[in-house]
Design a protein around this ligand. Structure first.
Ligand code: C5P
Length: 252
């Protein structure tokens, strides 16, 4: 296995740091930094530990996906984006249903702030529709009567047209999103389960191999690694599976 290819496969793996304490986060980052390209910091950890956890990951050479799903008026989202970008994070996300003005404000402010700070501009990903929302909730509670799949495609297109670099999506939607938004659009996909792993509460899961075959750029994995008896081993196996799938995909 070549070092370069291993690094490429590792870059695709995003580990969800879904813990409450800095000590738990530290243990995960120290243990897994050789197998993971990006660490996902979500609301659970950030509301508990704040920016300290960003310093922790950066201190160990990891990249950060800040999963804060911003959704507010354009001015507020722009200000929050500026504060976040100053920390030097690599990815963050916003709800696409905030509309084009909110999306464009996040993009512009992130670029401006990154430039002022001499940092690379982060990749901003849009959240289409939460996987916890089904067709019935969409129609009966939210009053949106179009087909859920069609809605996801529409939102992805809006994200692209508003300047976002990509979306967070279910693997099932990748083909449709690629068709509308093109090959350069970044797709990050949660609900990944290695073959034979416990599915937990995820409904539509795919294996790392399936995700790579579908053209997913980044794979978010949490519990199959964090709750494994041997975390390093679990993470290494996933990186190896990604690597083999990438090799086969390129040969196609
Ligand atoms: O532990 P598990 O691998 O299920 O973790 C998946 C991570 O991806 C969690 O942090 C979860 O919040 C996030 N996520 C998800 N499904 C979505 C969006 C995000 O599981 N549709």
């Amino acid at each position: 296995m070549s070092e370069i290819n291993y690094e490429k496969a590792k870059e695709k793996l995003v580990l969800a740091l879904d813990v409450n304490t800095i000590d738990e986060a530290k243990e995960l980052v120290y243990d897994l930094k050789d197998y993971v390209g990006t660490f996902k910091i979500g609301l659970q950890l950030f509301t508990s530990q704040g920016p300290e956890v960003i310093k922790l990951v950066h201190g160990e050479g990891g990249k950060i996906f800040f999963d804060g799903k911003f959704h507010d008026i354009p001015n507020t989202v722009a200000k929050a984006s500026a504060s976040l970008v100053q920390h030097g994070i690599t990815f963050f996300n916003v709800h696409i249903i905030g509309g084009s003005k909110m999306l464009a404000a996040a993009v512009k402010q992130s670029k401006d702030t990154a430039k002022q700070c001499g940092l690379p501009a982060p990749t901003i990903l849009g959240v289409t529709i939460l996987t916890s929302i089904g067709q019935r909730t969409l129609a009966d509670e939210l009053g949106i009567s179009i087909d859920l799949d069609e809605y996801v495609g529409k939102l992805a297109k809006l994200a692209k047209d508003s300047g976002l670099a990509g979306v967070v999506a279910s693997a099932a939607d990748v083909e449709k999103i690629r068709k509308t938004c093109g090959e350069d659009f970044t797709i990050l996909c949660p609900a990944i389960r290695p073959s034979r792993a416990v599915v937990n509460d995820q409904i539509r899961v795919v294996t790392p191999t399936d995700a790579i075959n579908k053209g997913v750029d980044y794979l978010v994995v949490g519990r199959p690694i964090t709750e494994a008896e041997n975390r390093k081993d679990a993470a290494r196996k996933i990186v190896e599976e990604i690597l083999i799938a990438m090799d086969n995909y390129e040969k196609k």
